[in-house]
Design a protein around this ligand. Structure first.
Ligand SMILES: Nc1ncnc2c1ncn2[C@@H]1O[C@H](COP(=O)(O)OP(=O)(O)OP(=O)(O)O)[C@@H](O)[C@H]1O
Ligand SMILES: [Mg+2]
Length: 352
């Protein structure tokens, strides 16, 4: 094709430690990698998912997009955190149209914010298996102020934020496209980032539980800083296996294994909470992604603690990657950082 269609979209995941960008092209019923990029953010630019230093974030996104010569202005991005509420609720059966006209009113009792202050969205999952007169619905509410900060940052970069997704949903999207819809059984997905972990549980391919755990890779740095008296920078270096004067490798390894146990305990607590509120099915597998999933031992510690298989989620598993354009070794190494951005890049202009 000579001209790119205006439907092209770039997936941009603004994490608290870095911005990730992915562009895909749909071809022959599959996806083909057009480009990907990552750029670090200064430590205080994003705190608790809120944009604290918008000019830094704008600079980082603008440089990333320019250096990769991204042609499209259309962006799919996602949010998560305290300002986003996701609830699975039950309502009497009704049509999409009826739901649209009553959502404001229905949402009131489930959302801890003023309804006038949030953007509302929903997805009808279908009739409840135990009571067919009721239907299950995923209700999403995001604070307008919070969403508007993200929108403003993209506009400032000269980009059009066309799709505003939720981190968990983008993760599910990336999983399903790469691993297929798991018709039976229960699987869990966890994106382990710097400041938070996004947890999703899928039963028969349908999301039945989502939760953000407000702890992630930063916890490793904080523990190293506290127990070894290192700076943030040095803590990051030793965490990633580098050496720093004055840091005893044995102590580093002790701190890392304690932090890994803490993190695994948080994961287990969340999955136990889901298990306690659902029927007696067993988890078949946990797929982990995010920077922290690359911590040595994290996979083994989780597997031992949970007692079922844990696997690294490969967001490029079914994506065609041209080896002449991208070093397969590099794609494999950075893959775990990209599931949210890949899930976003799979969205289309016009999607909600
Ligand atoms: N190879 C690695 N081994 C261990 N930890 C790593 C590795 N690479 C990255 N990390 C850690 O993973 C975290 C970054 O992961 P990621 O990019 O998924 O987070 P983020 O999207 O920026 O943050 P969040 O989604 O929580 O806002 C950092 O804490 C970083 O130190
Ligand atoms: Mg992230």
């Amino acid at each position: 094709m000579l001209f790119r269609t205006s439907k092209d979209i770039v997936g941009i995941d603004i994490g608290s430690s870095s911005v990730k960008m992915v562009q895909l092209r749909e071809a022959k019923g599959g996806y083909h990698l057009v480009d990907l990029g990552i750029a670090p953010l200064p430590p205080e630019a994003i705190v608790d998912n809120a944009i604290m230093d918008s000019s830094s974030v704008v600079d980082v996104i603008r440089n990333l997009v320019e250096s990769h010569k991204v042609k499209t202005k259309n962006v799919a991005t996602s949010i998560s955190g305290h300002s986003v509420i996701i609830r699975k609720i039950q309502l009497p059966m009704m049509s999409q149209e009826e739901m649209e006209s009553s959502i404001q009113w229905e949402a009131e009792q489930y959302i801890p914010f003023e309804i006038s202050e949030v953007n509302l969205d929903f997805q009808i999952l279908g009739p409840d298996e135990n009571d067919p007169s009721q239907m299950n619905v995923i209700l999403v509410a995001a604070k307008k102020d919070f969403v508007n900060e993200y929108v403003a940052v993209f506009r400032e970069c000269g980009l059009n934020p066309q799709v505003m997704d939720i981190d968990c949903f983008a993760l599910e999207n990336a999983f399903e496209t790469n691993y297929g819809v798991q018709e039976t059984g229960v699987v869990a997905l966890i994106n382990m980032g710097a400041s938070a972990m996004n947890v999703s549980v899928l039963r028969g391919g349908v999301a039945v539980f989502t939760r953000d755990i407000q702890v992630g890779g930063n916890m490793f740095n904080e523990e190293i800083q506290k127990r070894l008296g290192l700076s943030h920078e040095d803590a990051e270096t030793v965490k990633l296996g580098g050496e720093v004067e004055d840091a005893d490798p044995v102590m580093v390894s002790d701190v890392l294994s304690d932090a890994t146990e803490n993190l695994a305990q948080e994961v287990q607590r969340s999955l136990d909470f889901f298990a306690a509120t659902s029927s007696d099915e067993q988890f078949q597998k946990l797929y982990i992604a995010g920077g922290v999933s690359m911590t040595p031992q994290v996979l083994d510690v989780l597997e031992k603690r949970l007692g079922f298989p844990v696997e690294l989620l490969d967001p490029f598993r079914q994506v065609e990657v041209n080896e002449k354009e991208f070093d397969p070794e590099y794609i494999r190494a950075v893959g775990p950082l990209f599931p949210v951005a890949v899930g976003l890049a799979m969205r289309k202009v016009g999607d909600k």
